[in-house]
Ligand binder design. Sequence first.
Ligand code: NAD
Length: 513
Amino acid sequence: MTDFGIKEALKTLGVNDINEGTSTGSKWFSNGELIESYSPVDGKLIAKVKASTKEDYENVMTAATEAFKTWRVMPAPQRGEIVRQFGEKLREKKEALGKLVSYEMGKSYQEGLGEVQEMIDICDFAVGLSRQLHGLTMHSERPGHRMYEQYHPLGVVGIISAFNFPVAVWSWNTALAWICGDVCVWKPSEKTPLCGVACQNIITEVLQENNLPEGISCLVNGDYVVGEFISKDTRIPLVSATGSTRMGKIVASEVAGRLGKSLLELGGNNAIIVTPDADIKMTVIGAVFGAVGTAGQRCTSTRRLIIHDSIYDKVKNAVVDAYKQLRIGNPLDENNHVGPLIDKDAVAMYNKALEKVVAEGGNIIVEGGVLEGEGYESGCYVKPAIAEAANDYEIVQHETFAPVLYLLKYSGDVENAINLQNGVAQGLSSAIMTNNLREAERFLSHAGSDCGIANVNIGTSGAEIGGAFGGEKETGGGRESGSDAWKIYMRRQTNTINYTTELPLAQGIKFDL
Ligand code: NAD
């Protein structure tokens, strides 16, 4: 059976049988336990990585804090040049890294390539930004004074990331943090440690070619215990954490307890509103891609379809018909639409969600189930399912990280649909399908969607790197990637300069000295 070029890809990326898991750049060391990475594609062991001990972590922090002293004084456009070279290396290794992402995480090869393309795009964005880290100049109220603001690097940025975007999320953070003058310590998900090793190898080549010190890019591996080293560390002024809301609440309170900054990118419960004026064909494409893409394991996956009762049956039938054409199987085979879930725990959660929706009164209209037999040996392949449900069911209120889509009905005005869409604890991505300008504008207005992302005639899933990415409420409030998201990686300083021979005191106070 073809291995879809996996062995070759692992070789290209320097991912060996057993990799050390802790790195300050060219130096690898680890004393922790072995983490085994199994592929959800075929259930096989890909390779092992060593977890980081507290001592390993301390070595990393020593190198990172030392490297910061060199990196912070390098002019930002020169740091941008390093990020440009990193983007070039990613272009060279795009196929290999895309393949590893697909094999270790389970998303389709196309999506794996797309993830690496996002890394390349954010590098390009960061290169331009490295000449634009500007603050404002203000008019002083005092004569002969000038006032302005500047942005300075923060220090060591800690990055904790989730399994479902095992490489892109890191680059969204690092590409910006690096041009801002910060150094980074990354803990990838314990479910995708090899993607972390591969990325570290790529950036290390660039840093070595430029004779830059150890510590600008660091990797630690392990589970929440290693994540806590980061969240509790007072030497880390900013922790960027991507993952579940449960994790985000713990990390946020740890970081807030020491008055650090956190950038949180947490769970979503994303909905598409379908109004009587919707283009049904576009709606079906957007909804199906949003619900089953990456097997429902995107933070922006479509979980709820809120359909006007006048077109409910039409939309429902069209979506159900589209589901009949889905091919589930090896994600490295481009003929398949849906790959596996990350592991058997995720399969158990999917099964539980289906049981729960039925127990709460829901009506399953596209049956789910776990696939068995040839090609499905990993036990992680499930059928995308659809249930008719109500927004107040407990299960609908939660994010189930699997391909389960809930159909909800609304009647009357679009405001009723917006209330349902906003009537959950999460606030990441939202969409409306309509050709009615008034409905679209109401959805986008101050009284419309309460999410960080609100789209018209595009589904909830996926985003361009040029915009700020993130969401409100239990999604955590963080913003990464484009727009002015770079500002969180820097500290703002206001400067006042007096070029007179007088020293006027504030509030007109006079000191006769
Ligand atoms: P998870 O919360 O289980 O793990 C995420 C990361 O947090 C891992 O690296 C894990 O080791 C670490 N971690 C867990 N507990 C920790 C603790 N107490 N202290 C420090 N670190 C800890 O999430 P997951 O299953 O890997 O990812 C899926 C979740 O991520 C979904 O909820 C999804 O919506 C969310 N997600 C959100 C975004 C976004 O941008 N909003 C992007 C991707 C994924």
